[in-house]
Structures are given as structure tokens and as C-alpha cells.
Design a protein around this ligand. Structure first.
Ligand SMILES: Nc1ncnc2c1ncn2[C@@H]1O[C@H](COP(=O)(O)OP(=O)(O)OP(=O)(O)O)[C@@H](O)[C@H]1O
Ligand SMILES: [Mg+2]
Length: 431
């Protein structure tokens, strides 16, 4: 049994500071309630769109979605540094455009430097490198997510969660200061870089992210992450994965409650369909999103891609037939072609089966994140690369041919991709 590391502090909600926007009124949830089991057609209908918000910003909210009101008893999360706006302005060289690391729904993320002990800015290249996220001044929603981020990340510590160093709250300004993650997001590595991410790194990242989610789900006060996607998985220099962005995170159900009823937010293509349909949030919603990311890791395809032919735009819909134990559509046909034959055959089988289980239409049938970690852990050591099996079969064939008619042995260099390969049948590869 793996040693669990990480630390859970009892969540004390609320950060000092006020939001200037008027609070939206609570009202009854209008999302239709249906069974948690749904059919494929419904799934496709709900998944064929691509927005971060899954419902209109002013759509009905449940009381459980109220922002955490700043109260007189509010406690600033321990160990977080409080920066002034001037300090962060200096740390990022005046928020220089060439220090922008990325942009998300809530604003730009800048690279900056601070002194080792304290909040003072440091010269570029000295002290500690940080990532400074500056929220667009867009009122209640941004503030709500900023508070959630400080609340959760200020008190949850684990090697697979990004470290929040501190924050700034001054007038309208809301900023967050994180440890700098050298290799940026998984999204960048899977979809933007020209060099493909090696198979072993993909497994390492999936495992790290799974451990992060398992930690959240298994604490004394479970947390549902709600925004699991490739852009929220950040990578350090060793490709250790860390979850970032807790703006949408939610405390899990308490007592004998099976779910939390909440406004539906998240990202299309990742959100579990039963959650989109009912607003019922469980840790199994995160497991579904994990299944989607696992598919992205396996295929190198985005969860939603409008540039692909219809039928292939929604990754889950396209990939599902290959994931089931299907002789005519074996899972290796899903593998990111950029990997060529540099992947583990057994690894692909196991990852496909795991993705299939995580994406189960019945949320109760999905594995827990602990179970996911158990499946992924041994896959790190597999070295049954497809290319090795390919070489050995070609040389066997060559020897047989040479024996029978004296013609020279064929070489593997003619077949770069598994799709060109004479081994391109599920039977041969998985015998
Ligand atoms: N701590 C960090 N270290 C290095 N780069 C980071 C860090 N945090 C964020 N980034 C970069 O900034 C980008 C934008 O991050 P951000 O979380 O604001 O938005 P997003 O995840 O892309 O989208 P969304 O707003 O939907 O969450 C990331 O994709 C990543 O490349
Ligand atoms: Mg993000």
C-alpha cells in the first residue's frame, strides 16, 4: 500500500476582503432532475458544445453555491503570504507582456521573482520564481473563485497540488502567487509542442494527477475538484503533475448525503453528463473528467475539437467503441500517432480499459480515484514497447522467408507507423 503524503487542515472558509459586485439572488434550481444513468444520445447532445460555463452566468443557483461570505470570524489561511499590489507589480516587471505565461478565463498569468523570505520583489533570475495570476476585475464570479482558490489551496498541501504561496487583495485587485511550474501545462505538451510527450511521461503525469484527485476525495472533509482538464494539470521540471485552479472546487457531500446539489459549472467535454443534466455533484464526476483526460493523453486529441470531421469532434463519443473489448476496433488504433510505435502494448490496453471504466455512463460503476491510482502505478514499469514487438516479428518473418526462398530479410524501417505495419491486427498485437 502506497504511503499517503499530503496534509489536510480543517477547512475554515472565508478570506478577508469584500466583493464590490451585487450578490446574485438564490432561487430554486431549474435544471431537470433525471436518473443518474443516461443514454449515448443524451450524452452526445450535452457534450457537443464548448464553453467553460455550462450554464448562463445568471442561471438559477442553489444556496450551496453562495460565495463564502467574509465574516468577522474569518481566518486568513495559515502560511499564506499577503502581497501588496506594488510588490507584485515590481516582481513581474510591471506585468510585462513578455512575462506572460498564459491566459485563462480569469486573466493573465505572469512570471515573476520574489525574495526567499517574504513578499519583497527580487531581480529577474534571483530569489524564488513565481507565477502571478491576475484576475480580470469581473465582479462576483471572479471574486468567488479567487476566494475558493485561497480557501482550498491555502489549506491543502500535497505533492500533486500546486503550491499557493500567497495572494493580494487591494481595492479591485485580486491576484494569486503560485510556485512556478517549469514545464507549464499538460495541455501545452499534448497539443501545442512539436516534440511528442513520451509514453513514460504520459503515464507519470496521469498517475500524479490521479494521486492529486485521490488526496482531495479521501480527506476528512472530501473536496470535489470540478475542473479537471489538461490546462489545469501543471508540470515541474521532472514531469511531476500538480493540480491547479481550485476556483470551482466544492466541499463534498457530508453525512449520509450522496451528492452536493449545485449550479452546473465546469468545462464542456470534461464534465460528467449526469452532473450537467442534474446538478448532482459527486466525486465520480471528477472520475469521469479523469477518464476524458486519460483519453486525451492516450490519443493526443482534444476532448472537443471542432476542426475534426463530425463524428470525431467529441473525443469520448469517437473513442468509446475502441475502449470496449472490441476485436474489430482494438484500442491501439487510438494511440497518438506522434508516438509512432513507442508505447507499451500492455500499457495501452490497461489505460483504455481504465478510461472505459472511468467514463461509465453509470456513475456508480466508475472506479474511485484510489482504484485508479492502483491500476496506473504498475504501468510505469512496463517496457513491452510496440516497436520491440514489431522488430522481433519482422525479423522472424524475414528468417522464415529467407529459409523458404532465399530472398533477403525485410527491414522494419519501411513501416514507421503501426497503421502501416504488417502487424496491424488486434489479434497479432495482443496475442
Ligand atoms: N504556476 C504556474 N506555473 C507556470 N505556468 C502556469 C502556472 N499557472 C498557470 N500557468 C500557465 O498559465 C496558463 C493559464 O492558466 P489559467 O489557470 O489562468 O487558465 P486555464 O487553465 O488555461 O483556463 P481556465 O481559465 O479555463 O482554467 C496555463 O495554461 C499555464 O500554461
Ligand atoms: Mg487553469
Amino acid at each position: 500500500m502506497e504511503k499517503k503524503c499530503g496534509c489536510w487542515a480543517v477547512l475554515k472558509r472565508g478570506v478577508r476582503g469584500s466583493c464590490k459586485s451585487s450578490a446574485s439572488k438564490d432561487s430554486a434550481n431549474t435544471i431537470p432532475r433525471t436518473s443518474l444513468v443516461y443514454d449515448a444520445a443524451t450524452e452526445t447532445r450535452y457534450l457537443n458544445a464548448s464553453n467553460r460555463e455550462l450554464c448562463a452566468p445568471n442561471e438559477a443557483q442553489l444556496s450551496s453555491d453562495k460565495p463564502n461570505p467574509p465574516t468577522s470570524e474569518s481566518k486568513t489561511p495559515c502560511q499564506l503570504l499577503q502581497f501588496s499590489f506594488q510588490e507584485l507589480k515590481a516582481a513581474t516587471g510591471n506585468f510585462r507582456p513578455d512575462s506572460i505565461l498564459g491566459e485563462g478565463g480569469f486573466g493573465y498569468v505572469f512570471k515573476g521573482w520574489i525574495e526567499e523570505n517574504g513578499t519583497a520583489p527580487a531581480k529577474p533570475g534571483s530569489g524564488i520564481t513565481v507565477a502571478v495570476k491576475s484576475l480580470k476585475p469581473d465582479g462576483l464570479q471572479g471574486h468567488r473563485e479567487w476566494v475558493a482558490e485561497v480557501d482550498f489551496l491555502g489549506q491543502l498541501h500535497h505533492p500533486n497540488l500546486v503550491k499557493l504561496i500567497g495572494y493580494c487583495i487591494e481595492d479591485d485587485q485580486r491576484l494569486l502567487v503560485y510556485e512556478f511550474m517549469t514545464r507549464g501545462s499538460l495541455e501545452n505538451h499534448l497539443f501545442r509542442r512539436t516534440i511528442p510527450l513520451p509514453w513514460s511521461n504520459r503515464i507519470k503525469i496521469a498517475l500524479g494527477a490521479a494521486k492529486g484527485l485521490a488526496f482531495l476525495h479521501n480527506g476528512p472533509e472530501p473536496v470535489i475538484y470540478r475542473d479537471f482538464k489538461t490546462s489545469n494539470i501543471l508540470l515541474d521540471s521532472e514531469y511531476n503533475a500538480k493540480l491547479s485552479d481550485f476556483g470551482l472546487a466544492k466541499a463534498g457531500p457530508r453525512g449520509d448525503k450522496t451528492h452536493v446539489s449545485t449550479r452546473v459549472v465546469g468545462t464542456y467535454g470534461y464534465a460528467a453528463p449526469e452532473y450537467v443534466m442534474t446538478g448532482h455533484l459527486t466525486s465520480k464526476s471528477d472520475v469521469y473528467s479523469f477518464g476524458v483526460v486519460l483519453l486525451e493523453i492516450l490519443t493526443g486529441r482534444r476532448s472537443m475539437d471542432k476542426k475534426r470531421p463530425s463524428g470525431e469532434q467529441n473525443l469520448v463519443t469517437w473513442a468509446r467503441p475502441y475502449l470496449a473489448d472490441n476485436k474489430r476496433k482494438p484500442p491501439y488504433q487510438l494511440v497518438d500517432p506522434r508516438l509512432e510505435l513507442n508505447y507499451s502494448l500492455r500499457g495501452v490496453q490497461k489505460v483504455s480499459q481504465l478510461a472505459y471504466n472511468c467514463l461509465s455512463r453509470d456513475s456508480k460503476s466508475r472506479p474511485t480515484m484510489d482504484e485508479v491510482v492502483k491500476v496506473l502505478t504498475p504501468l510505469q514499469d512496463l517496457n513491452d514497447l510496440a516497436i520491440l514487438s514489431h522488430h522481433s516479428r519482422l525479423s522472424q518473418q524475414g528468417r522464415r522467408k529467407k529459409k523458404s526462398d532465399g530472398t533477403p530479410q525485410i527491414t522494419y524501417t519501411h513501416c514507421k507507423s503501426i497503421r502501416d505495419s504488417p502487424l496491424n491486427t488486434g489479434k497479432q498485437l495482443y496475442r
